[in-house]
Design a protein around this ligand. Structure first.
Ligand SMILES: [Zn+2]
Length: 67
């Protein structure tokens, strides 16, 4: 049976994780008219689009995670 301190620590960890995710989502990319994938950079028809396709979005996410 877990004691209350352990439960509180778990709860705090969950809150930290959620806050981290929220902060990551707040840091939004600004559209530049070009695909923001570091591997692509293609010019986009939609000036508000960030990526030319979902693969580029994934590539960008990977780059961000790597730092
Ligand atoms: Zn692209």
């Amino acid at each position: 049976m877990a004691d209350f301190a352990d439960i509180a620590a778990d709860r705090q960890q969950q809150i930290n994780d959620t806050a981290l995710q929220a902060r990551r989502q707040v840091v939004k990319l600004q559209p530049t008219g070009e695909c923001r994938s570091p591997l692509c950079g293609l010019e986009l028809d939609n000036p508000k689009a960030l990526f030319c396709n979902s693969q580029c979005a994934l590539d960008h996410e990977k780059e961000m995670r790597r730092g």
